[in-house]
Design a protein around this ligand. Sequence first.
Ligand code: OGA
Ligand code: MN
Length: 203
Amino acid sequence: MQTDLHIKLEHIADGLAERGYAIVDSFLSDLEVDLILQTDEFKNGKLHFKKAGIGKQQDKQINASIRGDYIQWLDPSIAPACIGIYFDRLRQLIQYVNQNLYLSLKNAEVHMTIYPVGSFYKRHLDQFKSDNHRKLSIICYLNHAWREEHGGQLRMHLPEGPLDVYPLAGRLVCFRSDQIEHEVLPAARDRLSLTGWIVDRMH
Ligand code: OGA
Ligand code: MN
């Protein structure tokens, strides 16, 4: 019998194969999202997260004009159990995609992310010219009761035109890091997510 997770993994693999991206709702349940939001890491996030940079670019002003999010990388070996569940699910995703799309993806690298009200990330590609290990970009959103008027869409620039995705709690977006240019539009609420990449190396 097919489990709920397998149906979602199948949908992700099909989307990646056919279009280079996939969107699946309820990848995390409402309860799983709540537990993650209640971790000390996220509750104190605004105090402790670091301003995200761009590649090796150190100029803070240039950074701020391109992206305004705050991040904290996660170490799966010491992460709280509720975040461990998310890493387990990503491991299953890696295994499924490897088997079905004949890839050799190895590992997930994930950070917690907060976009404070009004912040954004200008149009970009996730694969750096100097580092092509990022194969899939994977973002899981953590925002209950998000409405369109809050903004904060992920806008993917596809060959057929832009596609907007709202950052609804539990929703997972997955796309090919080397192919899909995208941006984050400013939001009227703080916008929280787990942002990660599936890479083809262990560390
Ligand atoms: C990123 C990014 C998209 C999003 O962190 O590189 O593009 O929807 N995030 O948060
Ligand atoms: Mn990106």
